[in-house]
Write a protein that binds this ligand. Structure first.
Ligand code: XMP
Ligand code: MG
Length: 177
């Protein structure tokens, strides 16, 4: 365990098993359809890779990078740094994210994709902090519900560190105090 980790919440094995369950569910829900999996860079990468292995449909991969700024408006403060490359009009999109927090990022991105003609946009997130939600958005596929603690690993960072840890853990407070 990395010295800055206070506690491990979910191990690599637990994440793999849960991803397999979600992949099964996704494969059943989208039966007969093609799915465009869109990962949000950079945090979703490990979960995206694990989840995709358990989806038994024909899927296409793409990635977006957005950054979010503090503000009071409900939309307009999410900036697209890298957009989806493929034409997704009429396609079923599955947005893949590491963690759903206030919901600002995914609410805004989902609205943008629907406005641009996606047939449907659902969300798969490794973690959900339900008590932090401020925007009207729910993930159809949730790996784990977590309390409001700052987590790292399995794609998630603090100042760009710890993304490579093979587990989800809680960061020691002394690191950011
Ligand atoms: P919103 O508020 O838009 O935020 O749902 C989602 C993004 O916030 C980041 N986030 C975290 N990142 N540990 C992290 O490493 C956390 O505990 C955490 N909580 C929120 C994350 O980038 C996510 O995409
Ligand atoms: Mg993120």
């Amino acid at each position: 365990m990395h010295k800055d980790t206070r506690e491990i919440l979910y191990t690599e094995e637990q994440i793999r098993d849960r991803s397999a369950e979600l992949g099964k569910q996704i494969s059943a829900d989208y039966e007969g359809k093609d799915v465009l999996m869109v990962g949000l860079l950079k945090g979703s990468v490990p979960f995206f890779a694990e989840l995709a292995k358990h989806v038994t449909l024909d899927v296409e991969f793409d990635f977006m990078r957005v950054s979010s700024y503090e503000g009071t408006e409900s939309t307009g403060n999410v900036i697209v740094k890298k957009d989806i490359d493929v034409d997704f009009k009429g396609k079923d999109i599955l947005l893949v994210e590491d963690i759903l927090d206030t919901g600002k990022t995914l609410y805004t991105v989902r609205q943008m994709l629907l406005e641009k003609g996606a047939a449907s946009v659902e969300i798969a997130t490794l973690l959900n902090k339900q008590e932090r939600r401020e925007f009207p958005i729910q993930a159809k596929y949730v790996g784990f519900e977590i309390p409001n603690a700052f987590v790292i690993g399995y794609g998630m960072d603090y100042n760009e560190k710890y993304r490579n840890l093979p587990y989800v853990g809680i960061l020691k407070e002394e690191v950011y105090m």
